[in-house]
Design a protein around this ligand. Sequence first.
Ligand SMILES: [Zn+2]
Length: 321
Amino acid sequence: MNGEYVIGVDIGATWLRVGLSDVSGNILRKEKREIRTNHSYEVSEQIIEIVDYLFEETGLEIADLRGIGVASAGPMNVNKGELVNPTNIPLEVVPLSEPLGQRFGVDVELINDGASAVLAEQKFGEGQGYDNLVYITISTGIGGGAIVDGNLLYGKNGNAAEVGHFTIDQAGELTCGCGRPGHWEAYCSGSNIPGFVRMHLVALTAYEGDSQLVKLNGEELEEFEAKDLFDLARAGDELAEELVDELGRLNAIGFAAVTEAYDPALITVGGAVALHNPGMVLDPIRAKIHHYTQNEIPLIKITQLEEEVVLYGAIARALAI
Ligand SMILES: [Zn+2]
């Protein structure tokens, strides 16, 4: 394929990120805008607007575009080039390859956001030089991507390494967003940590210690967020510390299952919950993972690509077109 430049797109729940890169992977210009989802084609229309803007701003020729990589949470139909009931956007179908391909006359490839992130780690991040690595995001949800023996895992529908839906609790006390009980994400993701805290407070019959958590009234508990738990633990609240530690134990079970499944040498970790609380999230995992896996423990690191890891992966996918 000819062309000097590629475009990478990260479709998130709130943000649409688009990057313009040269074919060596140097990102020349990026733009982040709040995503609009009033109708099916609005996402592609907005991507077109931003691509036009990036070429205009850089003074480069749009005729020199080689290809476009688009990363999003699934589910997606990679062959049709569209998202189908995606978890991040309130639309049934989001056509991407057809409208973008028609407008720019280039190939458009879709990729699951977890797969995109691990690709980014290998090309641009901590995973350079690694053939066996996994990326895990602990964010609103929990997701992942895996490269095994140098091969990026896709699976029959592009949904390999949906690690957030590993069952970590057979009793299934909490129910996942996917509707099934006991999944990792139902306990440890940003949107589910408040439910995890409420479950523990209900079970707590007589607490003798001094904790802000037990003083929360009904309304405060309704509004309680994952961030509040970490803030309390950071301030030395004993019960909050205990719950953060228990979350760490559950995360260690998830990381152990990942280690058994993919035998990675490196696991990089991103997502808002991990990026904002790196020590409180990773330290208990590192301390406890050996209780749950027999495999050699991988290196576990926070991603250096931060919030842009998926965008970098979309660019890496476009570079492979
Ligand atoms: Zn689930």
